[in-house]
Structures are given as structure tokens and as C-alpha cells.
Ligand binder design. Sequence first.
Ligand code: PNS
Length: 172
Amino acid sequence: MNGSIGAGHSAIYPGSFDPLTRGHLDVIERAAVIFDRVTVAVVVNPQKRESLFTLDEREAMIRRSVEHLPNVAVDHFRGLLADFVRHHEATVIVKGLRVVSDFENEMSTALMNRSLSGVDTVFLPSDPRWSFVSSSLVKEVYNLGADVTEYVPPAVLAVMLSKRPAPRPNER
Ligand code: PNS
């Protein structure tokens, strides 16, 4: 987009997206305004925990959720993010910051990624509406029976509802 601060830049927005939340989607929409092109890069095996959704499910849910954004693509990667960034000749990594404590981890990660790939990370502050919404919290409350309509895009909600285990009678 000519004249915007990120004009000429191709951005990578990496994450586990297990699943994509409305907070993630907000970051993608804002990044798509700033940068010429945004690739949402889904990590194949999230390191932190077992994933609820398969890679195919995570990618498909994101694709449906970004259909309205013509300069956004969805891809996946395994191994080092820095290798993926170099391979795609991306010029910037985008990360969202929900709370101040996110910054501690993200700062060292950004410096390591810049050291490995020469590519800088741009942080976008989360919209306050979504600052408490994380994939792990969404999964936790969903697994305990909560309505998560407010926290995930409709395409994600549809898949989550189809996966919800039927309530077991007489469960104690
Ligand atoms: O959504 P998440 O779980 O916070 O995403 C974390 C992710 C996927 C961005 C991060 O774990 C990652 O980049 N993994 C790839 C492996 C890698 O490059 N590690 C070194 C980072 S300095």
C-alpha cells in the first residue's frame, strides 16, 4: 500500500493458532493495512503443548477467517522461524502483545530471530477487547462447557462446536 509505513514490506505473522482467536484476527487485519503482504505462518508442532486441532484444521480455519483480506496468505512451517522468513524473503515478522508480560519472552525471541535472519520484529499491541483472550484460555473454557462465540471467528467456532464431546449423562 503506497504511502503506508510498511509499504514495500512482506510480513510473516507466526504462531500456533490452536485455534485462531479474534485477537489474532485483529492483529492480522491491522498488519494487512500496514504491510503490502502478510503471511500467517502456522507452526507444525506447537512446542508448548499438544494441539487440539490438526495442522490442516488450523490452516483451514485461518484461511476461511481471512477470506476478506486479499493480501493475506496462510502457510505453515516446521523448524526455525528464521529459516522460513529467509526462504520467503520476508522483510518483517509481526507479533501481537496482549499484556506487558508477553514482552519479556517476545523481546529475546525477536532479538534471536533478527540475529539468525536479519529480519526485525514489529509488535502490535492487542486491542484491549482481546487482551485477555488466548488460545489456551479459549480451549480451557470451551472444554469446560463455556460459550466461546465472543472469542473466536465464526469459522473457528463452527469447527469447535463440531468437536465438542457430547455431554455424558450421570458424569460426576
Ligand atoms: O502462538 P505461539 O505459540 O506463541 O507461537 C510461537 C511461535 C510458533 C511463533 C514460536 O514458537 C516459533 O517461532 N517457533 C519456531 C521455532 C523457532 O524458530 N524457535 C526459535 C525462536 S527465537
